[in-house]
Design a protein around this ligand. Structure first.
Ligand code: PAF
Length: 289
């Protein structure tokens, strides 16, 4: 077991923008290194990832890169918020290094000639609405893990499909890194924290509680597979929000579980409130049909 750490970096946070600088700073780091991969626009959720990374490793590298490969045509790549100065101010003194490369630095050829596929897991659930998104995610995550060479990398559980696919990436390609899932940050009401919550009115935030309520009902019905599935089906029937899906999945394959499933179950929820797509998720264990 890796020892938990409490101390932060001893020096001020340094910004590097090239792979060569990153490699040379990384080579000078002694002890364990954690990577926090982000697309910038840092908020409390990212700070929770940084805090966990600091507990687990001697050094923390935060990457800040809006990855064009994971945006489809018509998605908000150009409009995606970018504010490197604000990001640096937020994590100053909390991480050793911020790696914020240009698109040309990351992808001298765009699209790259060789890239990765997330397979079928990348085409279902969120991937059904965003073709190619998870292929772009696994390609950039593999590159960033190669470049930062961390012992571990922390990811939030809210993007449950992304987490599951990154765990597959690491297992399938034998990447020498441990993926550390971080619990979802919640508001006192139970609503999962997300930058998208800012788009909701007071009534919308109230309506959005259907997600965390449904999650609690499904988790409360464990360890029975039919109990979990029944709770999800009833929530969809109630139609409190515009459900995209409310599913009990095998976390390894992201396929729906059947009554003979035993072991971990990923309860994954997605739905629209006031036009905003919201996610929530939790892992439980099934030991009975
Ligand atoms: O979750 C994100 O912010 C992005 O998908 C990631 C993992 C940083 C890859 O660009």
């Amino acid at each position: 077991m890796m020892q938990e750490k409490v101390a932060g970096p001893e020096t001020a946070t340094e910004l590097v923008t090239t792979k060569a600088e990153l490699r040379s700073r990384r080579a000078a780091m002694e002890g364990t290194v954690a990577a926090v991969l982000t697309m910038g626009s840092l908020h409390d959720g990212h700070l929770a990832l940084v805090a966990r990374a600091r507990e687990l490793a001697d050094h923390v590298i935060l990457t800040d890169f809006v990855n064009p490969l994971q945006f489809g045509p018509g998605e908000d790549y150009e409009a995606y918020p970018r504010d490197l100065e604000a990001d640096l101010a937020l994590v100053d003194g909390l991480v050793d290094l911020v790696f914020a490369p240009s698109v040309r630095e990351m992808y001298p050829v765009l699209p790259p000639t060789v890239s990765l596929s997330a397979g079928r897991a990348g085409t279902i659930l969120e991937g059904a609405a965003r073709p190619g998104h998870f292929d772009g995610v696994v390609t950039v995550v593999a590159k960033l893990l190669h470049l930062t060479e961390p012992h571990l990398s922390v990811f939030g559980r809210k993007d449950a499909q992304q987490l599951a696919i990154i765990q597959r990436l690491v297992a399938d390609l034998d990447l020498p890194v441990r993926i550390e899932p971080i619990e979802i940050e919640r508001e006192v009401t139970g609503l999962a924290r997300s930058s998208r919550n800012a788009y909701l009115s007071a009534a919308g935030r109230e309506q959005a509680l259907a997600l965390s309520r449904t999650l609690a009902e499904a988790i409360g019905a464990a360890p029975s597979v039919s109990g979990i599935r029944g709770a999800l089906a009833r929530a969809v029937d109630r139609g409190e929000i515009d459900w995209a899906y409310a599913l009990a999945l095998d976390p390894a394959t992201l396929e729906e579980i059947t009554s003979d499933h035993r072991g971990e179950v990923l309860v994954a929820l997605a739905g629209r409130v006031e036009g905003t797509r919201l996610l929530d998720a939790a892992v439980t264990v099934a030991t009975a049909p």
